[in-house]
Design a binder for this molecule. Structure first.
Ligand code: PDD
Length: 297
């Protein structure tokens, strides 16, 4: 059985396992009151033997540790602790098909509302197995639409924070324009999508916006860099102007839930010849091979 709409996963919340529909947090949880927390989304790929295995888990756990460190929340588990917890979540939600693991850690529950960190509170830990809904085969073959907007978020976008209002508004902007993603620009330079990194191809060269506080470095960022190398595609990490974005031969986005996805219209204009391009095809193929390689199949 694949994960259906009414699937009520068994989730982990602060040491307890139970159905998602019954999981509760106190209203003074800092995640609820201030968005004071960190999250991760890890893809789980179904194997021929029916097992689901997390992809690039080492890198996701390292980013979780970095994000927690940047907002001074002590990591509630070490590497082995997280791996055991995730393995148990997968086991408790056995089923066919790809899925994902969602992890959230907040600063914990305060006694009263006040902005600064309360002393001596324990982080809230939540782990859930969820549905991994990939874009349809038709969308992938045709490519998706994107729109642009000014990036109005804060300047710590490198932290994978649950304070996602800026991203939420950008995702809604895309939905209202029948687009898959909003591609953001700050000071005339490309930053990233509402929930993805963005890739520009010009003259056969792959361009990515610089890693740093203006973007979240996706786990797929380094992966795509590796895959480009493997496919003999030149990669440059550098500032990309709005004019370069609009004159791209190819555009792509990447994320845990989209893998690498071609964008064939931008603000209603065709990107390149309006079809998924050769660099996309090479990277998507290499991505699928990397999955097989990672699991030693
Ligand atoms: N989002 N940039 C932003 C702002 C993101 O939210 C994401 C992922 C990425 C890509 O990161 P990765 O390759 O590690 O998935 C870049 C996840 C999927 C989400 O919020 O659901």
């Amino acid at each position: 059985m694949s994960i259906a709409e009414d699937f009520d996963p068994t989730v982990y919340l602060n040491g307890e396992w139970g159905p998602l529909s019954e999981a509760r947090i106190p209203v003074l949880d800092r995640g609820f009151i201030f968005g004071d927390g960190i999250y991760e989304v890890v893809p789980l790929y179904a194997q021929a033997n029916g097992e689901r295995l997390p992809f690039r888990l080492t890198q996701h756990l390292a980013r979780l540790e970095r994000s927690l460190g940047k907002i001074s929340i002590a990591n509630p588990f070490d590497d082995a602790g997280w791996r055991a917890l995730i393995a148990r979540a997968i086991e408790a939600n056995a089923g066919a098909g790809d899925a994902l693991v969602y992890i959230q850690v907040t600063r914990g529950v305060a006694k009263r509302r006040g902005h600064a960190f309360p002393a001596g509170i324990t982080p809230t830990v939540f782990v859930m197995v969820g549905q991994l809904v990939f874009p349809s085969v038709e969308t992938r073959a045709r490519g998706a639409a994107a729109v642009t907007a000014e990036d109005k978020r804060w300047l710590h976008c490198d932290i994978k924070s649950t304070s996602l209002l800026g991203n939420v508004l950008m995702a809604q902007h895309a939905a209202e324009h029948d687009a898959l993603e909003t591609i953001q620009l700050r000071d005339g330079l490309l930053t990233e999508g509402s929930s993805s990194n963005v890739w520009v191809v010009k003259g056969g060269t792959l361009l990515g916006a610089p890693r740093g506080p203006r973007i979240l470095e996706g786990i797929r960022y380094s992966l795509i860099e590796e895959l480009a190398k493997e496919a003999g595609i030149v990669f440059e990490e550098r500032d990309i102007t709005e004019a370069e974005l609009r004159a791209a031969d190819e555009l792509m986005i990447s994320s845990a839930t989209k893998e690498v996805m071609p964008i064939t219209t931008l603000d209603g204009q065709r990107v390149g010849d309006g079809r998924p391009g050769a660099v996309y095809a090479a990277l998507y193929g290499a991505y699928q091979r990397a999955k097989t390689r990672e699991f030693g199949l």
